[in-house]
Design a binder for this molecule. Structure first.
Ligand SMILES: [Cu+2]
Length: 173
């Protein structure tokens, strides 16, 4: 009897794994990316900036205030290039931020990124060194096909159909 029960255990285990994979895929589709740029007292570089992202909806956060090291009250922008050849120009991001603006120097915008490279910079005069690139790759194809799982038991059975001595359980996925 124990051997007969085994494939049931294996099958439910595989089924549970398939279910959890499916749930994580749904969670992955629902999850939004958040990309954060920060600026401090420097006018030659952003304090931090993302280098890569995945195509799709993205929340862009640009923050420059005391918590990011901007103690001079300096204004910066996060501006996406819309004219230089060789870059994506399909989103409009031009955020002006300073620690004492009405948002406390923290701004958010929603955009939809497409595969390619975006160039961003700070357009405050004298801040030309604040420039960088964001490389966006396409989201991988979503696997919505459940895994194929099968199990079979082979061995010698008694008159009641119970396996005697050892039985082999073959599971394929
Ligand atoms: Cu700047």
């Amino acid at each position: 009897m124990l051997a007969v029960a085994l494939p049931t255990v294996w099958l439910s285990g595989a089924g549970a794994a398939a279910q959890s994979q499916s749930q994580s895929q749904q969670a992955g589709q629902a999850a939004e990316q958040t990309l954060v740029w920060t600026a401090d007292n420097s006018y030659t570089e952003y304090k931090s900036a993302p280098a890569t992202a995945t195509a799709g909806p993205v929340t862009i956060v640009f923050e420059t205030n005391e918590s990011t090291g901007n103690t001079f009250g300096m204004s910066h922008t996060l501006t996406f290039d819309v004219s230089s050849p060789g870059y994506n120009h399909d989103v409009n991001v031009n955020i002006m931020a300073s620690p004492f603006d009405t948002s406390g120097g923290r701004h958010e915008v929603q955009v939809n990124l497409t595969p390619g490279t975006y160039r961003y910079y700070c357009m405050i005069p004298g801040h030309a060194g604040m420039v960088g690139e964001l490389v966006v790759t396409s989201a991988g194809p979503t696997d919505t096909t459940p895994p194929q799982v099968s199990a079979s038991v082979s061995g010698d059975k008694d008159a009641d159909g119970n396996y005697v001595s050892s039985a082999s359980v073959t599971v394929s996925a």
